[in-house]
Design a protein around this ligand. Structure first.
Ligand code: KG4
Ligand code: ZN
Length: 345
């Protein structure tokens, strides 16, 4: 019997994960395959775009085939092919875009273009039937730190974003300074568990009383100065530091980032009278951040509702792409074969 649901094949290659998923009606996850490239990039301490692109090319066919197989669907069951085409590394995005365009053409299925950031936000709405408005969304990833006024999956107004480093980028760079393994976010979180978050009073950049923008480069520099001396001429003290000292720096840095993220989210929530707070993006996998936002939501009268993306869908995946595409499908928002990858957006 033919499957009557709207099955969408989602494809994601914006950075260092090659991912494909099949999601039915925007909510029912039929499959999710993520091929991580962490091993390829770890010796460089960050993502090397050319290596990422080549690895996507090698993996994309297999990842899509596995997603279809795991979902138990064939091309006739697929209603549309969706792909994240912006923002990200252009030479990485182009692999997913080319695959999606090829399948859309060959299978004669509509093509749907997805904004990767908006897809991160969709992860937070996966299990939600009724989004209580107004809602503020905090998207914290390796490339972005953004606050949105979110009216629906498709209607977002940007309230503020980072003017320099993204929160995830700061986690990754500070991990490198501390000699912790890549990717930095999970390493800092792990080290911070044994550290004192009040050991070092790192700066919290608020950018003025009303700003909803973020800045994390000063904090990153403060950690660097702490480890190498103000003039950067001192010995790198990290090698001679005890595990406890490293843990204290990690915990104090993490506390500073979270403090700013929570305070700015509160500012945005107060500004629009938000009843719901949405949280997504790689950094949203951080348990201390999740707890801090939950505490903030519970502390207000009336309490606000926190919708945090499930941990496995915080970092890059294609479920969020296929899920968001369902709403574009219903709205008739299709792309055509001239679709191009875009670094920004
Ligand atoms: O969303 P994502 O997978 O990719 C981008 O769109 O950028 O986010 C990756 C970022 C990396 O910077 C990584 O260090 C960070 O998310 N991250 C974390 C945690 N897990 C991943 N940061 C803090 N705590 C974590 N547990
Ligand atoms: Zn991402």
């Amino acid at each position: 019997m033919k499957d009557e649901s709207v099955n969408i094949l989602g494809i994601e290659t914006s950075c260092d994960e090659t991912a494909a998923a099949v999601v039915a009606d925007g909510k029912i996850i039929k499959s999710s395959i993520v091929a991580s490239q962490t091993k390829l990039h770890e010796k460089y301490g960050g993502v090397v775009p050319e290596i990422a692109s080549r690895a996507h090319i090698e993996k994309i066919y297999q990842v899509i085939a596995e997603a279809m197989e795991q979902a138990g669907v064939g091309r006739d069951d697929i209603s549309a092919v969706a792909v994240a085409n912006q923002p990200g590394l252009t030479i990485a995005l182009v692999v997913g875009v080319t695959a999606a365009k090829t399948l859309s053409f060959a299978w004669e299925k509509p093509l749907i273009a997805i904004n990767h950031l908006h897809a991160h936000l969709q992860s937070a709405m996966l299990s939600e039937e009724n989004l209580e408005l107004p809602a503020v969304a905090l998207i914290v990833s390796g490339g972005h730190t953004s606050l949105f006024d979110c009216q629906s999956s498709l209607e977002l107004t940007l309230l503020g974003s980072t003017i320099d480093d993204a929160a995830g980028e700061a986690f990754d760079k500070v991990a490198t300074i501390l000699g912790l393994p890549y990717p930095g976010g999970p390493s800092i979180e792990k080290a911070a568990k044994n550290g004192n978050p009040r050991a070092i009073d790192f700066p919290r950049s608020m950018l003025g009383p009303d700003s909803l923008d973020f800045s994390f480069s000063g904090l990153k520099t403060a950690v660097l100065y702490y480890c190498r001396g103000q003039d950067m001429k001192g010995e790198d003290k990290v090698d001679s530091m005890s595990e406890q000292e490293i843990a204290d720096i990690a915990a104090s840095f993490q506390a500073a980032v979270i403090d700013v993220l929570v305070k700015k989210t509160k500012r945005a929530a107060d500004k629009i009278g938000a009843k719901t707070i949405l949280l997504g993006g790689g950094v949203a996998a951080n348990s201390t951040l999740r707890q801090a936002l939950q505490q903030f939501c519970d502390s207000t009268t009336p309490a606000r509702k926190l919708l945090a993306a499930p941990k496995q869908y915080c970092t890059d995946n294609a479920v969020m792409v296929a899920s968001l595409a369902y709403y574009k499908f219903k709205a008739g928002l299709f792309a055509d074969l001239t679709l191009e990858p875009k670094a920004t957006g």
